[in-house]
Design a protein. Structure first.
Length: 246
């Protein structure tokens, strides 16, 4: 069976063994994406872990009926997860201006095509309307869920520790990647093993949808400290879910 057929079967049956097979089968795609960040100075093991969360997110969200190849959808989704990782660590990773502009164009095209066709446009239809590749259009759609392209590079005031707070730290955004680490019961048990402060940050960030800045103010610590604790907590959760230990 092709990847599209396997994903269609996963949508139909929800087979966890098939899901695990698809995750393992696409690890090469994860490594291909992470290669571009090899000179970032960040641990490759950490980057691969984050990118694999993006792959899981892509597998869980992919709709085989939209006419898009899975790799075309997965690559921007994996990149988005890695970008979020750098953003939450306080790195100055900027979205290129061309991609910011494409986000705006894509939003307008979606509105126009939806009005004309009385349904949501497919990725191939958006790509044709915009004269862009499907991969670029999918990446723009992914980014539009996390960024305001008119102000993403604009400081939004001072954080608790005196540094300028980025807009995304104030706005916050839901992150389904945590739930995709495992089933809900398994994940809840893993979260319970975290130290109290890390557990509070994970619950606030991923279940209450609070931003790092909001959590920092409530706990009386800096946003950067929240980011470090969040990163450490996710590493602990990955180890618990994969190996049954912290």
């Amino acid at each position: 069976m092709t990847t599209q057929e396997l994903l269609r079967e996963l949508r139909r049956a929800g087979d966890p063994d098939l899901r695990a097979y698809l995750i393992e089968a696409h690890d090469g795609l994860v490594r291909h994406v992470v290669k571009r960040y090899a000179e970032s100075g960040e641990s490759m093991e950490d980057l691969l872990g984050v990118a694999r969360l993006g792959l899981i997110n892509a597998i869980d969200r992919f709709d085989p009926e939209r006419g898009t190849q899975f790799a075309t959808f997965a690559v921007p989704t994996i990149k988005g997860e890695v970008r979020r990782y750098f953003r939450d660590k306080g790195w100055g990773l900027k979205v290129p201006r061309r991609l910011q502009e494409l986000v705006l164009r894509t939003k307008r095209a979606i509105e126009e095509l939806t009005g004309q066709q009385r349904r949501s446009p497919t990725y191939p239809e958006l790509a044709a309307a915009l004269g862009e590749s499907e991969e670029d259009v999918i990446e723009a759609v992914e980014l539009s869920q996390h960024y305001d392209p008119l102000s993403m590079d604009t400081p939004a005031g001072d954080s608790e520790d005196g540094h300028e707070a980025a807009p995304e730290d104030i706005a916050g955004s839901p992150d389904p990647s945590l739930e995709s680490l495992g089933d809900r019961a398994e994940l809840a048990a893993a979260v319970a093993t975290l130290p109290a402060r890390e557990r509070e940050i994970v619950i606030s960030r991923y279940y209450r949808d609070e931003s790092q800045t909001e959590i920092a103010k409530r706990l009386g610590i800096s946003q950067m400290h929240v980011s470090r604790l969040q990163h450490r907590a996710l590493g602990r959760l990955r180890r618990v879910l994969r190996h049954g230990r912290v």
